[in-house]
Design a protein around this ligand. Structure first.
Ligand SMILES: O=P(O)(O)OC[C@H]1O[C@H](OP(=O)(O)OP(=O)(O)O)[C@H](O)[C@@H]1O
Length: 227
């Protein structure tokens, strides 16, 4: 298996950036696991890096939903991107404009963390979710709290979660045998699409002949990876 072209492109952008976004080494995660790699999505912090990330997201979204934003889109195709505050906000704005640049026009919206009682009020900003099929976008799913919360917001606004897209799937077990992504898919009955998966990073390292890093990743996957 080889890495998807958009995964490879994000991996390369992440490695080449001034402050390395993707690093190989030894990193202790919040879970206590010692990981051979670390992806810091907060470091996609310039216009060009955000554009590269939005473009890879758009590629992954078009791969998963080929008709999105087109005149042939069916009733089950997502019509609105929803980005949970805060990190989902710039993501949905950038991805929606990148999709528009490719001739695919869809709505985007996001929540406020604190309700506003003046002006237009409410806790949602952007395209209405009522009666819409919604694609939730976030950078990472760790314990799944933010995504479950975002799903509740979509439902409470009268929308329907049609799918979820995240930047990175570490493809490792949570508390039980399943990964958080697999648990969320089961629980919400929707597909989670990821721009980069752990297996893409392994495949990319193999293609580039970076065998020490690849070996460390394989060992980690054997210990913590999902089937
Ligand atoms: O799956 P989880 O365990 O919920 O972790 C993932 C969430 O955590 C981070 O956001 P955070 O909650 O820190 O909020 P922020 O976007 O405002 O920084 C991240 O952007 C995800 O939304």
């Amino acid at each position: 298996m080889s890495a998807t072209s958009y995964a490879a492109s994000i991996i390369e952008t992440a490695l080449a950036s001034e402050q390395p976004i993707l690093r190989f080494g030894t990193f202790t995660l919040k879970s206590g696991r010692s990981s051979p790699y670390f992806f810091n999505f907060g470091l996609f912090n310039t216009g060009s890096l955000l554009l590269a990330l939005a473009s890879a997201f758009a590629d992954a979204i078009l791969d998963a939903y080929p008709e999105i934003g087109s005149s042939s889109a069916g009733p089950d195709t997502p019509k609105v991107l929803f980005g949970p505050a805060y990190k989902g906000i710039p993501l949905v704005a950038a991805i929606a404009s990148e999709l528009a640049r490719r001739g695919r026009d869809i709505g985007y919206s996001y929540n406020r963390k604190e309700k506003k009682d003046h002006g237009e009020g409410g806790s949602i900003v952007g395209a209405p979710l009522k009666g819409q099929k919604v694609l939730i976008v976030d950078d990472v799913i760790t314990a799944g709290t933010a995504i479950r919360e975002a799903h509740k917001i979509v439902e409470s606004e009268g929308g329907q979660t049609a799918g979820i897209v995240e930047a990175l799937d570490r493809e490792e077990r949570g508390q039980g045998e399943l990964s958080t992504v697999q648990e969320v898919e089961k629980e919400l009955g929707v597909k989670v699409t990821s721009v980069v998966k752990m297996r893409d990073i392994v495949a990319w390292l193999k293609e580039k002949g970076k065998l020490d890093e690849m070996k460390a990743m394989e060992e980690y996957r054997a210990k913590w990876g999902v089937n």
